[in-house]
Design a binder for this molecule. Structure first.
Ligand code: BGC
Length: 747
């Protein structure tokens, strides 16, 4: 509130009117083509005003270090002087309107601002964290969730979200895995494209611009430590990390964000190979690039640039554009142009991209198009939005274990609900909850969800917010369990430990929670673990004490309702993991699409000398693509329409799936390939297709996948697709570690 008031007072005290000519300048004439309007506006702009379009300023809470902040008054003056092109972290109709009015009515040319915000998994109606949402393997659902987030955000003054985050990561120590779609490039690419389409729609009033981030390879930070070094070769980048960014660009993403990390020892923001060669030339990206928070400035900390002028020159030369919160572009570009180090033509090209987007979304014609209080009142946190969030929540929950069908619960069962997390609103919500911060937007806890479902529940805290237990807490939990038919224990980690700057060296179940599980186990009651966390945790120590394990992630507004729906079988779980669950921290990175190595296992005649650990298995506890249902599915009659594939032709892989259980369910059927011999070694399995099907008990369905050379191809280090003749293993199944296979000859 304070901030709004300050902005507003400044606005009133600084009303300046510029002489208006009677004729509308060409750039304000909505009948003219965008290119004409852009060219006209550029012809009127000073070099300082052009540099201003490359300047993005924070106007709200800090989502990065505050060191460069000049204060609100200075920011206002910069807007008036035409030295700000966009703002982040300002939200709300009233707040954005005040600032937009300064830009439009008090700056010389009246160029409107773009307002951007991290709308990562919802705005006020919060959806499952993106990692959980990806476990639904349902791009259409991901698209719908993004569309609702856009509808709410755009109703509150925003034009632009810094999402989707599409960094492939194989390391659950990295907190930001919560923001991505997991470890697989194929699935990641489908979801990236879907989220972009959901946010952007047709660039209408209810849409926001999407940002592909973080470009590139941020998910490979060494040892999962935030902002750490990245050392990935081009071959790996092209095959593992770049596909989702590419898919998002092809889906029409209007903007893209540089990452903090280096690629090939050059900071991503200043990396000509990434920005100019790959993004602009190879992929033909025509949109806007924005730095990450101070990532331009941090090229100095990396030891790549000497001072502000050096930074501005290096990032600009690489092809980067908008400077979030370093202010080197606005301060240095005019001087660099005057010295002839940056050409006016290159500057015009960059600024034209930004202006084009502003024209395209109609900001010059109606700068206040997203400042409509009625839309704000009607379009935010609606029952329909919450309903979709609940649906997404149900479809994100992964059933990891269900011995003796302890789940679903029966309505008459007496339940002991144990665990601080089950009653906490904060801990099953964060990270990135956008504008859902007031108590009115609190998520439904598991305790509330169960009560609402009419369950007979007794709650005991078991452990506290610091993951400590006491004799009294344990005794209370055991007493509750003794009275119950079944015990639900909400273990895991707070959402506050997920997200940016939340790396963990030990992504494990805390000791106190294991102690509680042990104590409860001794009651002889059935134990169901509900695990809430923003990443796959190592569950190896907890698993033996649990009859069932339900991975509930962090599901947003409807968390508790979605969990209750699954526990009572009102929704039969269908989600599958999108990251491997490590057996031990020492196994990380562990991922399904690994290379074969020279000595993969003893059956290859290597005797004991093979690639393994002496103390733990090689395999993760739960593999990529794994997830149970309350029913069971059998795969049979797998066949290829031909054993040979010729260039330009297709082969069909077909499999029959039967629901062999007693209830209706959905199954995610997965297609994998393995290129047995290639010019560059290939992974032991690569996801190349999936279909989600619904089956009644006893029902069978045939599922087919079309296979052609494009699907089988891989990238060389130049980013060219290639495929040599030879054998390809084609596999299908309901999990990456349980597949039916056949050989295909590519000729
Ligand atoms: C994050 C970005 C985010 C930006 C703006 C940075 O610290 O890395 O993902 O969009 O802040 O909030």
């Amino acid at each position: 509130m304070k901030k709004v008031a300050a902005f507003f007072l400044f606005y009133l005290s600084a009303q300046v009117t510029f002489s208006q000519s009677n004729t509308t300048p060409a750039y304000k004439n909505s009948k003219l083509p965008v290119a004409t309007r852009v060219a006209h506006l550029l012809s009127l702009m000073t070099v300082e005003e052009k540099a201003g379009q490359l300047n993005q300023v924070n106007g709200g809470a800090f989502t990065g270090p505050a060191a460069n902040d000049p204060g609100q008054q200075a920011k206002m003056k910069m807007i008036q002087a035409g030295k700000v092109g966009s703002m982040l972290n300002v939200t709300g109709v009233a707040e954005t309107k005040v600032l937009q009015t300064i830009a439009v009515e008090q700056s010389r040319l009246g160029i409107p601002l773009l307002f951007a915000y991290d709308v990562i998994h919802g705005y006020k109606t919060i959806f499952p964290i993106p990692l959980a949402d990806a476990c639904a393997w349902d791009p259409e659902l991901s698209r719908q969730a993004a569309a609702i987030a856009a509808k709410e955000a755009s109703a509150e003054g925003l034009h632009w979200t810094f999402a989707p985050m599409m960094d492939i990561s194989r390391d659950p120590r990295w907190g930001r895995v919560m923001e991505g779609a997991g470890e697989d490039p194929f699935l990641g690419a489908q979801i990236a494209a879907a989220r972009v389409k959901g946010f952007q729609g047709n660039f209408g009033e209810e849409n926001v611009l999407a940002t592909v981030k973080h470009f590139a390879v941020y998910g490979a930070v060494e040892a999962g430590r935030e902002y750490n070094h990245v050392n990935v070769d081009r071959y790996t980048a092209w095959n593992v990390h770049l596909p989702p960014y590419k898919a998002a660009v092809q889906a029409g993403a209007a903007t893209l964000m540089n990452s903090f990390n280096v690629f090939e020892a050059v900071p991503a923001s200043a990396n000509k190979y990434l920005v100019t060669d790959v993004l602009k030339k190879q992929w033909g990206f025509k949109g806007i690039l924005v730095s990450d928070w101070n990532s331009f400035g941090e090229t100095m900390t990396h030891g790549y640039a000497a001072d502000s002028a050096d930074v501005a020159l290096k990032v600009f030369d690489a092809g980067s554009m908008i400077d979030m919160e370093t202010r080197v572009m606005v301060s240095q570009i005019p001087g660099l142009v005057k010295k002839g180090k940056i050409s006016m033509q290159a500057l015009n090209e960059a600024v034209a991209r930004i202006l084009s987007i502003k024209f395209k979304i109609g900001l010059f014609d109606d700068p206040y198009r997203n400042c409509n209080p009625e839309r704000q009142a009607q379009h935010v946190f609606t029952p329909a939005h919450r309903e979709l969030s609940r649906k997404a929540g149900q479809r994100s929950i992964v059933l990891l274990k269900n011995n003796e069908q302890v789940l679903p619960l029966q309505s008459q069962q007496k339940i002991a609900l144990v665990g601080y997390l089950a009653a906490s609103t904060d801990d099953v919500f964060d990270f990135w909850v956008a504008a859902a911060k007031a108590p009115a937007y609190n998520p439904v806890t598991v305790q509330e969800g169960l009560k609402h479902a009419g369950a007979n529940v007794v709650f005991a805290k078991g452990f506290d917010e610091n993951n400590r237990t006491t004799q009294a807490l344990t005794a209370e939990a055991v007493a509750a369990a003794a009275q119950a038919d079944v015990v639900l224990v909400n273990i895991g980690l707070s959402g506050k430990l997920a997200g940016e700057d939340r790396s963990l060296a030990q992504p494990e179940i805390p000791d106190a929670q294991i102690e509680i599980l042990k104590a409860l186990r001794q009651t002889g009651k059935k134990i169901v673990a509900l695990v809430s966390a923003g990443r796959p945790l190592v569950l190896t120590k907890a698993e033996p004490y649990c009859d069932a394990i339900v991975y509930t992630w962090i599901l947003g507004t409807e968390h508790g309702h979605a969990v209750a729906d699954v526990l009572f079988g009102r929704y039969n779980p269908s989600a599958k993991t999108v990251m491997s669950f490590p057996y031990a921290v020492g196994q990380i990175p562990v991922y399904y699409n690994h290379m074969n190595t020279s000595r993969p296992d003893p059956t290859d005649g290597m005797g004991n000398w093979y690639s393994r650990y002496r103390d733990i298995p090689n395999e993760p506890l739960y593999a990529f693509g794994y997830g149970l249902s309350y029913t069971s599915f059998a795969y049979s009659q797998f066949s290829l329409s031909s054993q040979q594939l010729k260039k330009g032709q297709q082969v069909k892989a077909t499999v029959t799936i039967t629901n062999t259980g007693k209830v209706a369910g959905e199954e995610i059927v997965q297609l994998y390939i393995r290129d047995m011999v290639a010019n560059r070694i290939r992974p032991v399995a690569e996801l190349k297709g999936f279909q989600k099907i619904a089956l009644q008990p006893g029902e069978s369905k045939k599922v087919s996948f079309a296979i052609d050379a494009a699907l089988l191809s891989y990238y060389n280090e130049l980013g060219q697709l290639q495929l040599e003749p030879g054998e390809i293993k084609i596999s299908v199944g309901g999990s990456s570690d349980k597949l039916l296979s056949a050989m295909l000859q590519y000729e």
